[in-house]
Design a protein around this ligand. Structure first.
Ligand code: GMT
Length: 381
């Protein structure tokens, strides 16, 4: 198949997942065309069957906001025609689903029909999409997609609750590539981070409010009060500065390291004992899955789709959003009991295997084929 993938090229979960999906499809012999405004973060080396088309936005003094949607739609029309794409798969509804619909309508005027699939990732529904400023377009463009997928059962149900959706939503969970994410021996890192054998807690995210990083720090404080420990904070974003201030106020600067964006996250996960994810809202929790693949148990909130990944009492523990005392209690329970920690490590890996690339990728391939076989639009196939 010739597949167009539209995504955000940043470090956000939707862009990471879209890029890994495209690379996986290309390895299986599909021709994959990424269409976005910057080289996706994880598309950092040459790969057979992978193409990248950059959308350049017109800069004109009249525009206070450059019209990216228009530039993207024009690029989609161009790439569909000239690369002869079979299908367009857009990740994150805003604005991609609406733009794909516009490109589809333009192509129809030339008698060319390209089916579009929209994958809902989370905040495109739960935070941004449900905002009145976007909701009518989000609802309309989901209904105009030929196929719709969501990354968890929870997100599917939230979408059906928020919007009047006429088409089926197929749940295809996030996935993990075990060739990359596995616990390798990185003892030299461990010694550098925790020279006296301290427990290592870790959190990775894009440091947005929804991640509740203040809870990560408050949980860590309670852990640190009772056992020698270190916290690694990986990623960057709007909350970073205020979180650095919080660390100073709590007198924890020597034990919390802000590592910024890291490409080889798996190497840091490989030396970690516990992953913290106290998110306010989380459609799936790809970062938690990455940790579990590296045999790191998770203490998390029970928001959204997290309970589909982190199983309470097996792979870690869940608590209500904002309940840092309970999260800290669970973290201490795991970290102070070697046997429990090693059982949870084994369980985390076992659960993560349910979401391996090998299991999930064929679900996307089958879904593409199903849409190609069944969609008919205004009499044009
Ligand atoms: O907020 C993020 O973490 C980024 C966001 C995105 O859309 O880029 O991630 C969402 O998509 C991921 C991949 O499907 C999911 O694993 C995350 O749970 C989801 N984030 C939220 O729902 C907050």
């Amino acid at each position: 198949m010739k597949i167009g993938i539209v995504c955000y090229p940043t470090y956000g979960g939707s862009g990471v997942l879209a890029t890994e999906l495209g690379k996986g499809l290309a390895k299986k012999g599909h021709q994959v065309h990424f269409i976005t405004y910057r080289q996706p973060a994880r598309l950092n080396s040459f790969q057979q069957n992978v193409f990248y088309h950059e959308v350049s936005n017109a800069d004109y003094p009249l525009f206070e906001y450059a019209p990216y949607d228009t530039a993207l739609a024009s690029k989609l029309v161009d790439v569909v025609k000239h690369a002869n794409l079979d299908i367009l798969h857009v990740h994150y509804a805003i604005p991609h689903a609406a733009v794909a619909y516009m490109a589809k309508k333009i192509l129809l005027t030339e008698g060319r029909y390209v089916p579009t699939i929209t994958t809902l990732h989370g905040t495109d529904i739960t935070l941004v999409g449900s905002n009145r400023a976007f909701a009518p377009v989000v609802e309309f463009s989901i209904n105009k997609s030929d196929g719709v997928t969501a990354v968890s059962d929870s997100l599917k149900h939230q979408t059906l609750d928020f919007f009047k959706i006429k088409n089926d939503i197929k749940v295809i969970h996030n996935f993990i590539d075990f060739k990359r994410f596995q616990r390798k021996n990185k003892d030299h890192f461990k010694k550098a981070i925790a020279p006296d054998g301290e427990r290592i807690l870790v959190h990775t995210s894009n440091f947005r409010k929804v991640k509740r990083i203040q809870d990560v720090i408050q949980v860590f404080k309670q852990v640190h009060d009772v056992m020698p420990s270190k916290l690694l904070l990986i990623g960057d974003g709007p909350e970073r500065q205020s979180m650095e201030v919080l660390c100073r106020e709590l007198g924890l600067c020597d034990n919390i390291r802000f590592l910024g964006r890291q490409d080889a996250i798996e190497e840091l996960l490989a030396v970690s004992d516990l992953f913290l994810m106290p998110s306010e809202s989380e459609s799936f929790g790809l970062a938690a899955l990455e940790a579990m693949a590296c045999e790191v148990p998770v203490v998390s909130s029970n928001a959204g789709g997290i309970p589909e990944v982190n199983i309470h009492g097996e792979t870690g523990f869940l608590a209500d959003v904002g309940d840092v005392d309970t999260m800290a209690k669970y973290a201490i329970q795991i970290l102070s009991d070697d046997d429990l920690l090693s059982t949870f490590r084994i369980n985390a890996l076992k659960k993560a295997k349910q979401f391996s690339l090998d299991q999930i990728l064929p679900q996307y391939e089958n879904y593409y084929q199903h849409i190609l076989d069944t969609c008919v639009y205004e009499g044009v196939r």
